[in-house]
Design a protein around this ligand. Structure first.
Ligand SMILES: C[S@@+](CC[C@H](N)C(=O)[O-])C[C@H]1O[C@@H](n2cnc3c(N)ncnc32)[C@H](O)[C@@H]1O
Length: 278
């Protein structure tokens, strides 16, 4: 019979605590405020694929083997994403959120937890199509270095470009999507003009600084990995990073309601997790 989570990871999580402390020490990445159920599940999967049996066995390896540490970080920083992910959400961004931004001079956008860049390129396309391409400064951040490298390169599989095209059309995109990339040798690369409009950089939402005077922050599909306390800290970071009247876009099913920051925001599109800072 295969080992269960309870077999391999002692209740109380002392080995888990020690492992996360070791990961923090070795990498600077602090997963102690992440949802422990999901962290445990992922580490257990990694244990099996490394041929190990307990989290305790992993601790000395994390200390001595930089590649194992890298694999652990990659399994904990889940980078599942796609372009125009959830097309109805992008339709709302295009029709309900963008008009608000077009009234401003320079528009500052921060995409927090941008993974391998698909969300950032979707935003760059949207901004261009609503006439903000030359007036917008887009910062896209993530903690995962490998994901950021891929994001900067802007290479995607043809399969993901097919999904992106379908999503783009479903989101109300009217241009020819193939104008945004060039395809060669079975891969697609986002056109230089779009790539150069984005500023990708590493930023840790657990320990990172605020950015002043953002007009729009997009923070989708990351919140679920954080526990309530860390969620509250991240919302406070966004609150301090947005200008008054700035917009915070969470995922459609994500909410700020349970955090102390809720009193600083008004929900403007309830079904889509879109808030305006007072
Ligand atoms: C599931 S992806 C979401 C990607 C994109 N926002 C989307 O909705 O398609 C979650 C991302 O959050 C990033 N992340 C997790 N913890 C983070 C942290 N402390 N600071 C910055 N990014 C983090 C992960 O590296 C990963 O790329």
């Amino acid at each position: 019979m295969g080992a269960t989570e309870q077999d391999t990871i002692p209740a109380g999580g002392s080995e888990l605590d020690l492992l996360l402390a070791t990961v923090l020490d070795q990498s600077g990445c602090d997963f102690r405020g992440y949802s422990q159920v999901s962290i445990r599940r992922r580490l257990e999967m990694q244990l099996r694929s490394e041929g190990l049996h307990t989290l305790g066995e992993m601790i000395p390896l994390v200390l001595s083997d930089a590649r194992l540490l890298e694999r652990v970080l990659n399994i904990l920083l889940i980078t599942v994403t796609e372009m125009f992910r959830d097309p109805s959400y992008y339709s709302v961004l295009r029709n309900e959120v963008m008009p608000d931004l077009t009234k401003r001079g320079v528009v500052r956008v921060w995409l927090a937890g941008c993974a391998t860049g698909e969300e950032a390129y979707s935003m760059a396309i949207l901004l261009k199509e609503v006439g903000l391409g030359d007036r917008a400064i887009v910062y896209a951040s993530d903690l995962n270095r490998r994901a950021l490298r891929e994001a900067r390169e802007g290479f995607y599989s043809l399969e993901s470009i097919r999904t992106a095209t379908t999503n783009y059309i479903a989101s109300g995109g009217k241009e020819c999507f193939s104008d945004y990339y060039s395809a060669r040798y079975g891969q697609a690369r986002i056109r230089e003009k779009l790539r150069f409009t984005l500023h990708f950089f590493q930023h840790d939402l657990v320990t990172g600084e605020t950015f002043g005077e953002m007009d729009l922050i997009l923070f989708r599909n990351v919140l679920i990995y954080f526990d309530r306390e860390l969620q509250g800290r991240v919302f406070s970071l966004f609150e301090r990073s947005l200008r008054s009247g700035g917009i915070l876009c969470l995922g459609a099913k994500e909410t700020i309601e349970l955090s102390d920051s809720r009193s600083s925001f008004t929900q403007i599109l309830p079904r889509f997790g879109v808030y305006r800072k007072h």
